[in-house]
Design a binder for this molecule. Structure first.
Ligand code: ASP
Ligand code: MG
Length: 439
């Protein structure tokens, strides 16, 4: 069985819902995970913000606006009066429920319930549409099987057992429709898997049922070997290792929510990224297979700050790095890149909220230098250390570009280079020429 996840924009209008229906009715048995219609979760967050601030009028205004938009979607989606009527009933019941929260005390608990309505509505609408089209489908309630434990981590044993029980109730069903994002917590309360969590749902379901494949459908053009907005001549990436996808996720490559990688990776289930705007394109497959000796992609992240701490005390000392790292930890600032020498260490961070405090504390241990407006450029692919020449090629591409840090060997899939933001375009183009276009 396959698991197919459609994101908010893929179900963002009546027309898009109709297109999703075409994509899922190919006669294969599947579980379809849907996000809320795009913009809905944000609107529900806004409603909750008003209610936290004890402003029910503000909340009602957003609720009314959102409900009116849904009425229009219902009108467009269904053809017959009977199904339009059913659609109106679905919308009305959820919005009446949301409204009931404007009258009472509002806490984190109520917020989770309000946020859950987006996915509950989108799945009910699509299921009702399938029914109107005469396509048999079953609505699988995520709140019955998706669960987190006391550490707010998904509970795979519970999920597997409950999901199998649910599926066993409908042996003849071909298409199951279920909600992404929403779950219950260890206390049975309604909760969620954090924003963007529908990919995570798909991955957890895939792992629970040992799916043959997890498909993540979005409306963005597939993965490229370099940023097409910056570099000319990019090519699609057809295959990535899970580790390569994990490296790229940090760079905001809009491929896959980072949490989604683990369950699929550990259960060895390939994830395929597909584009609803171009459904016949092969997409990108992410799996545990490495393409030997192949460099896959180059990505970049701006707004990086580099900090160098140089100290003669570091020479032959132990515990120096720990003291440095503890300072970053105490300000909840994560370090991305690290380079060391016998007398100094350079690190890069992207969150500069506590930069001044960090610098002050670091000055106890040595001379501190800061470089702002830097950029991490990362080369991802099969960079196993005994694959010779790739690191030389990457560094060769930087021959006219000043490089502040180089990090290689942290994983088998990555080389990171820290350069100035203003050199980014030249660096990406040069890497592209050197690694992909054989110039
Ligand atoms: N609807 C949720 C959100 O917007 C979950 C998702 O779309 O993945 O964050
Ligand atoms: Mg989304």
């Amino acid at each position: 069985m396959k698991v197919l996840k459609f994101g908010g924009t893929s179900v963002g209008s009546a027309q898009r819902m109709q297109e999703v229906t075409k994509l899922i009715t190919d006669g294969e048995k599947k579980i379809v995970v849907l996000s809320a219609m795009s913009g809905t979760t944000n609107a529900l967050v806004e409603i909750s913000d008003y209610l936290y601030k004890k402003n029910p009028e503000g909340a009602n205004e957003v609720i009314n606006r959102l409900e009116a938009a849904y009425r229009r979607h219902v009108d467009e989606l269904y053809t017959t009066d009977e199904y339009k009527q059913k659609g109106v009933e679905i919308i009305k019941s959820h919005f009446d429920y949301i409204r009931s929260f404007t009258k009472d005390i509002f806490t984190l608990f109520e917020e989770k319930v309000v946020l859950a309505q987006g996915e509950l509505i989108s799945t009910a609408m699509v299921n009702n549409y399938l029914c109107e089209c005469g396509i048999q489908s079953t609505l699988l309630p995520a709140l019955e099987y998706m669960r987190t434990d006391k550490n707010a981590e998904p509970d795979p044993v519970y999920i597997k057992e409950k999901l199998e029980n649910q599926l066993a109730l409908y042996p003849d069903t071909e298409i199951f429709i279920t909600q992404g994002f929403i779950c219950r917590n260890a206390y049975g309360e309604i909760d969620n898997l954090q924003r963007g969590g529908s990919d995570y749902t798909a991955s957890l379901i895939g792992a629970a049922i040992c799916a043959e494949e997890i498909q993540i459908w979005t409306d963005i053009d597939g993965m490229h070997d370099n940023d097409p907005r910056i570099v000319d001549k990019t090519s699609p990436v057809r295959h990535l290792h899970f580790e390569e996808a994990a490296e790229l996720a940090y760079f905001g490559a809009k491929i896959l929510h980072p949490t989604c990688i683990q369950p699929a990776k550990y259960n060895n289930i390939p994830v395929r990224l597909l584009n609803t705007m171009d459904p016949s394109a092969p997409g990108t497959i992410i799996s545990n297979e490495t393409e030997k000796g192949k460099i896959k992609a180059v990505a970049a992240k701006d707004n990086i700050t580099a900090i160098k701490i140089k100290s003669s005390h570091m020479l032959l000392a132990h515990g120096f790095l720990r003291k440095v790292f503890e300072i970053f930890e105490s300000y909840q600032t994560s370090i991305d890149m690290i380079c060391t020498s016998e007398v100094g260490v350079s690190v890069s961070i992207d969150n500069t909220k506590h930069l001044n405090e960090i610098l002050n504390d670091l000055k106890k241990y040595g001379t501190v230098t800061v470089d702002k407006e830097m950029c991490i450029v990362c080369v991802v692919g099969d960079l196993e250390w005994d694959n010779i020449r790739f690191e030389a090629k990457a560094i060769d591409a930087m021959q006219d570009i000043p490089v502040r840090m180089i990090s290689y060997g942290g994983s088998n899939y990555n080389i990171s280079l820290l350069i100035k933001e203003c050199d980014k375009k030249a660096a990406l183009q040069s890497l592209s020429n050197m690694l992909f276009n054989n110039k």
